[in-house]
Design a protein around this ligand. Sequence first.
Ligand SMILES: [Zn+2]
Length: 286
Amino acid sequence: MSLDFDVFVVDPKPIPSAVPGFEDEVGQATWPPSTSTLISDDGGGALLVDCLITAPESRNLAAWVKALGREPGYVYITHPHADHFLGLPEILAAFPAARPVALAESIPAMEEQISPGFMQVWNGFFPGQLTARPVAPAPLAGTTIPVGGSVATVTPVGTTDTGHSSVVHVPGLRLVVSGDVVYNRTHMWLQGSTPDSRASWMRALDAVAVLDARTIIAGHRNPVTADDDARRQIGECRRYIADFEDALDRSSAPAELIDRMTETYPDLANPYTLWVAAYDLLGTGS
Ligand SMILES: [Zn+2]
């Protein structure tokens, strides 16, 4: 059996800005560009990794999978962030036999993401665009997922931009589908981060490096990125976290941190992510 993969890409989406001055200085606030990855074997088996957030984009994703002639047996969700799994009902409507799964330890946080309080927050970002009946995946037994006659392996990596993160590894393709563990030329989500969580994220990047993939499909990928080269992305993410740590140490107000990081990273996708982190970590709350 030979395996292959395809990537579905969603551009940044407009959202209301919650940080002062962003729209004046930068422009429309946006949700980061996102991906969903389909791994398939030539016998017709397929695994979909992550499935986006809005109902329309998830319906488009399902139509894209159908157009490729694939019928996913499983949908794996890499980590408990709603923007990677609120689209699940649309996928399951199109593929009723597909089994949605995630790391068992990540499921309580996924259930929290779809609780009424959180759904109110998510609906504030995407009014009228989200499912009214969100669902959480079921626990994955073990660490392998069948893809037709082959398997993909799940590697838990702990806390990155949220707890209980994981990546999907397909050794035969030298492929890692990284969820939020590796970002591709896109500002990394460091809102709510601490020295400990950033150190944990660095260790997670080490754990991905050990897999020795050639290709990493990041959950958030710049639409104009040059490639999906694994070594480049891991190196850039390590450097981003280290630079952020250093800039945070030397800054006492959000604007200082934003200026330092923007000077070093003028071209990354979704600067709004950086602003949110800066106001969260250095804002006065006023
Ligand atoms: Zn994400």
